[in-house]
Design a protein around this ligand. Structure first.
Ligand SMILES: [Zn+2]
Length: 716
């Protein structure tokens, strides 16, 4: 059977074993792929004039001045924020054109010197003076928004929409979904004037990107042109209404209007030919690129429909070379397409299993799958969890059905299966959040949820699937192996290695993916990393880079899990992250430089306290000083302070703790004095005391009082 489905692989991992660390310290690796390449652009004079005019519209300057006057804040330029400092904030808002020409000249020289003309991409747009200036104006206009609001945080990310090591997109939304978010944002502006000034600044930025797109297109760099047009359309969607007007203005670029265009028939008139659902029992949504049949409610069905178009928009930008063909013409970038993508959404898991059990073995462990024979993606509705599955399976569907080349992949017997899954897992990192009436989406990056397990498997468990065996494995081998969970983790991690790397590395991986789908897996396309030793070294360096690369903060205010073991992360850096991050289910900081200041330093009283369910601080500079704060985390279930300067007086802080189930105290300087404290921790199930000064008598006393500790603990 030529079937392809997503295994429901549990990525939950075994607890840390402090005594099993043998991995050699990995040197933090900085610098590779971080350089910004310049590129040259030639604008005509009329554009210079237009640009000059657009940067100082009276309305914007006026409203900026008024704002400064009312709030008594200092005149611009403002002090650079720590997060934006790295990009080299400019101290003035108005461009000096002669300065622009000088930069242009320098950029041309850089270009010639590094032969990067072919490597140009929209990722380089910050090296363009016009874009930077327009961006600064927009950033200024968004400044007065209250500091800790979700909206302000989203704008901070928006104005960094080409962060290195990840893809960031801004996209239009379905009008229904957009309205409430827009109203929420509009309230945060002081007046209609300041909102209108912000809208104008975004419009000018969009015009600049459009102009840049035209230049790219005339140089036959369609990939960059396409991406720039999407960015422009997304920016225009953030404030869709001119202040005072009621009707939202529609995005005008055809590609972008696909998102939010949908026709829903709540009760279909005919029995469904594929699923055999009776007439009247299901709904049909038609969007420009999808036909979605659904047993789920109207709202979730519309949400899935919107997501489908969003994922397609993002997929087309990242994998432009996969679908583009000689018929594509700018500026509409029309794609020849025979039919819409077919998506089926069952009411719930039971309905999904019942319908598919007769033909699909193991359907019970899946959450959805793509069937390349019938060209259908099938899921069931399970709240937000469904969305990740949708992204994953749609990516399979697009590579099969939207490629401009012939697809000859045998998903059971062809080599290179790892990247089929790896690229879908990488795309699962898609994280979205509202940004005005538009939406901000991130793909890739160190904080991608799926990627945490990959980092843990390699840096903590030291798992490595030998490269030749790994890359040549077929789908059958991949799915049947005992090591399926760790292989999936490695596939995800390695996809990140290339996709979060340099533009050249991304391009190499996309070509490799194409070779696998063409049924001719060609590992040589991966260049010098196509060798076991070299790849493993590069992967290890990449993993420890973690958030210490250019994009340091997590995309969300809250990420549930962050594995930063052995990364070059510091207390200062962690404290600068959004404060919502302090509540998470798993924070792995072992072998890092973090210290007590992370938990006990002075804090703004409005900051929420730390609350982590599983906190690993092994071999860090944390000491007794932190224990009191740690013991106050109400959800703390597992604490690892092995190899830390923790003594009996620190342990005393845990007296009467009601949440801790697992304690790792390997090599801590503690004695029998702590036994009485352990006996007051009511939930304690497992304790690790190897390398401590607890005596055999003390250990026996503990076990006598708590026999259940025996099976899961490690004696001194
Ligand atoms: Zn898959």
């Amino acid at each position: 059977m030529d079937r392809h489905r997503l295994e429901a692989v549990s990525l939950r991992v075994a607890p840390t074993n402090a005594s099993s660390f043998e991995i050699a310290p990995l040197a933090p690796f900085r610098g590779e792929g971080l350089g910004v390449r310049g590129f040259a652009l030639r604008f005509d004079r009329s554009y210079d004039r237009r640009f000059n005019a657009l940067l100082c519209p009276k309305s914007i300057n006026k409203s900026l001045d008024r704002r400064h006057a009312t709030r008594g804040s200092p005149p611009h330029p403002p002090a650079p924020s720590p997060r934006s400092g790295a990009r080299g904030r400019k101290a003035h808002l108005l461009p000096k054109l002669h300065r622009g020409r000088l930069v242009l000249l320098i950029l041309i020289i850089q270009c010639l010197a590094c032969h990067s003309v072919n490597a140009q991409s929209s990722e380089d747009i910050y090296s363009n003076e016009y874009v930077r200036s327009a961006l600064e104006v927009a950033r200024e206009c968004a400044k007065p928004l209250s500091k800790n609001s979700e909206v302000a945080d989203a704008f901070e990310l928006l104005f960094e929409f080409n962060p290195q090591h990840r893809h960031r997109f801004v996209l239009p939304r379905h009008p229904n979904a957009a309205r409430a978010n827009f109203e929420q944002m509009a309230k945060l502006f002081e007046s209609k004037d300041s909102l209108e000034a912000f809208r104008q600044s975004l419009e000018k930025l969009a015009q600049t990107l459009d102009q840049l797109a035209i230049t790219k297109e005339s140089n036959q760099d369609l990939e960059s042109g396409y991406r720039l047009r999407w960015q422009a359309a997304g920016l225009r969607s953030i404030v869709p209404v001119a202040a005072g007007r009621k009707e939202p203005a529609k995005p005008t670029w055809t590609e972008a209007t696909a998102i939010g265009t949908m026709k829903l028939t709540p009760k279909a008139f005919v029995n469904h030919p594929k699923t055999r659902w009776p007439a009247g029992s299901y709904s049909v949504v038609l969007t420009p690129n999808f036909e979605i049949v659904s047993q789920a409610g109207t709202r979730p069905t519309e949400e899935v429909a919107e997501l489908c178009e969003q994922v397609f928009a993002i997929w087309k930008q990242i994998f432009f070379s996969v679908w583009v063909d000689h018929r594509t013409s700018t500026p509409e970038y029309a794609r020849s397409q025979d039919s819409k993508f077919s998506v089926t959404l069952f009411r719930d898991k039971a309905a999904y299993e019942k319908a598919l059990k007769p033909t699909e073995r193991n359907i019970g462990i899946s959450t959805g799958f793509y069937d390349p024979n019938r060209k259908m993606a099938l899921f069931y509705w399970d709240g937000q969890k469904t969305m990740e599955t949708v992204v994953h399976e749609l990516v399979h569907q697009f590579f099969f059905e939207a490629s401009s080349q012939d697809v000859a992949l045998d998903t059971d017997n062809g080599p290179g299966f790892w990247i089929i899954e790896g690229i879908a897992l990488y795309m699962e990192s898609m994280s979205t959040r509202a940004c005005g009436a538009g939406i901000l989406a991130d793909i890739g990056g160190w904080d991608a949820p799926r990627f945490q397990a990959g980092r843990y498997r390699r840096l903590n468990d030291q798992f490595w699937g030998q490269w030749d065996e790994f890359r040549s494995a077929t789908g059958t081998r991949f799915r049947r192996g005992k090591d399926i969970a760790v292989w999936y983790s490695q596939a995800c991690g390695l996809a990140h290695l290339w996709m979060d790397g340099t533009p050249e590395q991304r391009r190499a991986l996309v070509k490799y993916v194409q070779s696998v789908y063409a049924g001719k897996e060609e590992a040589a396309l991966l260049g010098e990393m196509n060798a076991d030793e070299r790849l493993r070294t590069a992967y290890d360096r990449f993993l420890v880079l973690g958030p210490t690369a250019v994009a340091t903060r997590p995309f969300y205010a809250i990420r549930k899990e962050a594995v930063l073991t052995r990364c070059d992360v510091t207390t200062k850096q962690l404290l600068e992250w959004p404060i919502g991050f302090r509540s998470s289910t798993w924070l792995e900081l072992s072998f890092t430089q973090v210290d007590d200041e992370l938990f006990v330093g002075e804090r703004d009283p409005i900051e929420p306290p730390w609350n982590v369910r599983r906190l690993v601080l092994e071999s860090t500079n944390v000491t007794d000083r932190s224990l009191e704060t740690l013991s106050q985390m109400k959800d703390l279930q597992e604490l690892d302070v092995s190899n830390c300067k923790v003594t009996d007086s620190g342990i005393a802080m845990l007296r009467g703790n009601k949440s801790i189930k697992t304690l790792w105290l390997t090599n801590c300087d503690i004695s029998d004095a702590s036994i009485d404290v352990f006996l007051t921790i009511s939930q304690l199930e497992s304790i690790h005391l190897k390398g401590t000064k607890i005596s055999p008598d003390g250990w026996e006393r503990l076990l006598d009082a708590r026999p259940r500790l025996k099976s899961k603990s490690e004696r001194p």
